[in-house]
Every structure is written in structure tokens, then in C-alpha cells.
Ligand binder design. Structure first.
Ligand code: PXP
Length: 252
């Protein structure tokens, strides 16, 4: 039987953040990935940043071995740099998500400017695709970015849900509704152009429902909240509860 949609990609970056706070090997993000897979994660997501603030190169290698042996996709998030392209070409993860990256940012703050950086992105996307990785582009749900994504070899767009999450956090319900409408409209457009639709960033137990209910959405990538919540309830219950809420929102 097929698993219910949307798939849940668990981003384990912040297990590495905790490990790096002391510079040793504990907690090991690869052991965290193993636990996430046992708890029902449909994929493992990890962002190798230019400054290596959480995941390290050897983590990515060990994650790829684990995911391959468990037949679970590894989704490597990366900036569109030559260094990251070469690492991804060597690593051959099932999926690569290209994200914008600024050294001084706390997290990925906005979507990728696919229309503005088209000539820079196209050869990187094509090289990764030809190498067997399915490329997704992390963008805002705006028409010109979706259309620009469809003009590349990328098969997937991941829509940035950070602004939606932030509006709800701030109690700005009307703004959140507007953003949700844009995400729904963007999902319809992306599907009509042949792109698979994912969502990610800032998703929590409380805000995942409306996003998971968007029928075109095939995958959610969620990290910070799940890892944070694992402190209180454990990783397995946090993943199971996120799955439960997402599938309940989709299927009622
Ligand atoms: N998707 C992408 C492309 C991201 O860059 C991130 C953050 O690394 C996430 C999803 C997960 O966001 P969060 O940690 O807020 O759940």
C-alpha cells in the first residue's frame, strides 16, 4: 500500500547544532536520522552550509550510506555554489534542494531568485539532474519564480512557508490567509507546469494543517520544530504526531 501524502521529510540539522555546541560527537545526527527513519520519516533532509554551522561533510557521507541502505531518500539542501555542486556530484543524494544562503542569516530567510539567477542555476541544476539527483528549488510561491523554475531541469519546487508561519506567530490572521492563498495558487500553477510541489520552513503541530491540506503538496520538510519538540516528547512521538496531523488535514 502506498504511504499517505504528504510525505514527511525530517530535517536533522539541529541535532548537529546541539552536537557542535560542544564540539564532540554527541548527539550524532546520523543516529538521529536512524531514529527518524524508525519513527516513520519518509525522507531525511540535511543542509550542508558553506560555514558548516551544523552538518559537516562526513555527516553527509554517513547519511547517504544510511539512507541508501534503508532505501530512504536523502535530500541535501545546498547553495548554488561550485563547491556544493561538486560535493553533491560526488555524494549522489536522491534529492538536492537548492536554497539561497547568506552567511549572516540565522536560517534560510527567503526563496531562491530563480528568474534573476537563471544563467547561474541552469548548469548546476542540469549537472545534478544528469548525475541522478532530483533537483528541487526552494522558492516563494510567486508566478515569475514558478515559471522560471519550470524553464530549468528541476522537477520539484519547494515553497517557502516561513512567512505564513511567521504571520500566524504574530497573530496576523489576515496576512496568513493571504499567504496561504498564494501558496495554494502557486501549487496549482506549479502542477500545471509539470512540477512536483513540496512545502517547508517554520512548520509546527499548530500550523501544519492548512499547508498539508493543499492537495498538490507531495512532501513537507520540517526540522526545527520536530527536533525542539523531541526534547519534551521524544523524537519518535514528535514525528508520529506530525505525520498524524498532516495526514488528518489531508484526508479528514
Ligand atoms: N526546507 C528548506 C528548504 C529549508 O532550508 C529548511 C530549513 O533548513 C526547512 C525546509 C526546514 O525548516 P524548519 O527547520 O523551520 O522546519
Amino acid at each position: 500500500m502506498n504511504k499517505p501524502l504528504p510525505r514527511l521529510g525530517v530535517n536533522i540539522d539541529h541535532i548537529a547544532t546541539v552536537r557542535n555546541a560542544r564540539g564532540g560527537n554527541h548527539p550524532d545526527p546520523v543516529a538521529g536520522a536512524w531514529a527518524a527513519i524508525q519513527a516513520g520519516a519518509d525522507g531525511i533532509t540535511a543542509h550542508l552550509r558553506e560555514d558548516r554551522r551544523h552538518m559537516r561533510d562526513d555527516d553527509m557521507e554517513r547519511l547517504q550510506l544510511l539512507c541508501e541502505s534503508e532505501n530512504i531518500p536523502l535530500n541535501m539542501e545546498m547553495a548554488a555554489t561550485d563547491e556544493m555542486r561538486d560535493i553533491a556530484l560526488q555524494l549522489k543524494p536522491k534529492a538536492v534542494c537548492i536554497v539561497p544562503e547568506r552567511r549572516e542569516e540565522r536560517t534560510t530567510e527567503g526563496g531562491l531568485d530563480v528568474s534573476g539567477q537563471h544563467n547561474r542555476l541552469v548548469p548546476i541544476i542540469s549537472a545534478l539532474t544528469d548525475n541522478g539527483s532530483r533537483v528541487s528549488l526552494f522558492i516563494e510561491a510567486v508566478e515569475h519564480q514558478i515559471k522560471a523554475a519550470a524553464r530549468t531541469d528541476a522537477k520539484v519546487v519547494e515553497f517557502h512557508t516561513g512567512a505564513y508561519a511567521h504571520a500566524l506567530d504574530e497573530g496576523e490572521q489576515e496576512k496568513a490567509n493571504e499567504i496561504l492563498k498564494a501558496l495554494q495558487k502557486g501549487a496549482t500553477l506549479a502542477r500545471s507546469l509539470g512540477l512536483e510541489v513540496h512545502f517547508g520552513h517554520g512548520l509546527t503541530f499548530d500550523n501544519v494543517g492548512a499547508i498539508a491540506a493543499i492537495p498538490e503538496g507531495m512532501e513537507l520538510n520540517i526540522g526545527h520544530f520536530i527536533i525542539g519538540e523531541a526534547i519534551f516528547m521524544g523524537l519518535e512521538p514528535a514525528i508520529k504526531e506530525m505525520h498524524r496531523r498532516a495526514t488528518q488535514a489531508r484526508y479528514g
